[in-house]
Design a protein around this ligand. Sequence first.
Ligand code: GH3
Ligand code: MG
Length: 303
Amino acid sequence: MEYERQRILLVDDTKLSNQIMKDILGNDYDILVSTSGEEALVLAASESIDLILLDVEMPGMDGYEVCRKLKQNHYTQNIPVIFVSAANDVQHETEGLEAGAIDYIIKPSNPAIIKARVKNHLELKKYRDILERISLLDGLTGIANRRHFDQTLEKEWRRALRHGDILSLALIDIDFFKKYNDYYGHLAGDECLQKVGSILKESLKRARDLGARYGGEEFVILLPSTAKGGALIVTERICSNIEKLNIPHELSKVAEYVTVSIGVATIRPELDKVPSDLIRQADSVLYQAKNAGRNRVCSESDC
Ligand code: GH3
Ligand code: MG
């Protein structure tokens, strides 16, 4: 991903202006072109874009309005926008920057200056993307972290509330993991957590399913639009895939290898409920799974 070319969207109703920019930047970046604000908004929301060069004066929606709309939309608000305009006065430039642009280039401008400015902004964008990615990943296992999970749960909860849909959530906890660490050492414990993380990743098939490290030796999965039956199939699969890893666990009281206990809860979000209700429910079912002998899946559903 790091080696992919960054992608610029050029928005100008004058085809010649787009062509000039393309000649300047086309060797270094992928270029998409749009000749209207309306079309640019659709492209920006549906394609992966790293920078937008935006003309101010266009028939229909002008550049300022396009920029304001881009900044209001969740999918496009983080794409940096540079205005490219012949309007060479304080008022225009101020309005552009206040609409949310990071820069304002007055045309005609020297190609070397355009290249340099674009390069600077794209470098910043690249590092911002890397930071954002890292901030959502668990450093040890490489799967999603708690922060990522909390954000996704919040989003899926609201979505399910809007659509009257259901959500399943499973908490997955390694059995006798303290003993595993004591016997094999903390580094081996870390390796075990990495393997369990990989199994979660492999076992989730749908695009909106999310597996994350919830903390310590506890993992969590979120299965949107999935009823109890489906959630049981997925979690039983995880349980057996972890057994199949066959990681020796001398001190486990339930098997000769590493096993997990899983608590599954299913809920239909309503206005008087909150996402933590679902987690609390899964946690109490996990407790039942532990008490019932570990190495098993238990579930509870109120819908
Ligand atoms: P149970 O079967 O009831 O779940 O018992 P347990 O020993 O797995 O549970 P407990 O909560 O008592 O212990 C969890 C252990 O997980 C404690 C700690 O040593 C270990 N642990 C937590 N985070 C990490 C980590 O990042 N790396 C390693 N190696 N171990 C961790
Ligand atoms: Mg445990």
